[in-house]
Design a protein around this ligand. Structure first.
Ligand SMILES: N[C@@H](CCC(=O)N[C@@H](CS)C(=O)NCC(=O)O)C(=O)O
Length: 172
């Protein structure tokens, strides 16, 4: 049965699901929706997810939304290459970090994101979409042992530089 993923550009929650599918090597059909055009709020999408948000995953007749729930589903349904560690202990650490992020970090990241969005406008929100996981990554690196790879650092520098350019353009 085919897996369909409905997602939005710049959506870190969508990236979670796409990365999970890639990690597991599962085949899927990608449906990139334009959030600006409200393609995620069509009657067909609202029938799958009453919150009208992405990502949404459809596996045959089964529909699941909320990125963490989607990852949980994928891990239970397709257990090869686990997403949540190889042992109960490892799984608990991963789940704890997810819970801590949602409880203590995400609300603040969203506040910062909204403030910046009001300042630079929705058209440039792609930069912010990139910044959200990076801020989370940097914050979590402060709490967890984290192997900094050159590519990760390059990605962060490029993204931060992009944001600085956008903010400076707006001011001038
Ligand atoms: N907690 C949800 C968050 C989903 C979410 O907020 N998605 C955003 C994109 S990053 C969205 O669909 N926004 C469109 C809207 O709210 O209209 C998850 O983990 O899936």
């Amino acid at each position: 049965m085919a897996i369909d993923v409905y997602w939005g550009s710049g959506s870190p929650y969508s990236w979670r699901v796409l990365l999970a599918l890639e990690h597991k090597g599962l085949e899927y059909r990608s449906h990139l929706l334009s959030l600006a055009m409200q393609e995620h709020k069509t009657p067909q999408m609202m029938a799958m997810t009453p919150r009208g948000r992405v990502p949404v995953l459809k596996d045959g007749d089964y529909v699941v939304f909320e990125s963490l729930a989607v990852m949980y589903y994928l891990d239970r349904k397709y257990p090869a290459k686990p997403l949540f560690g190889d042992s109960p202990e490892e799984g608990a650490v991963i789940m704890r970090v997810c819970c801590e992020f949602q409880a203590y970090i995400e609300p603040h990241v969203m506040r910062i994101t909204r403030a910046l969005l009001n300042r630079i406008g929705a058209a440039r929100s792609g930069y912010i979409g990139v910044m959200v996981p990076i801020v989370a990554l940097v914050i979590s690196a402060a709490f967890e042992s984290f192997a900094w790879h050159v590519l990760t650092l390059v990605g962060i520098v490029v993204s931060v530089a992009g944001n600085v350019v956008v903010l400076r353009e707006k001011r001038s």
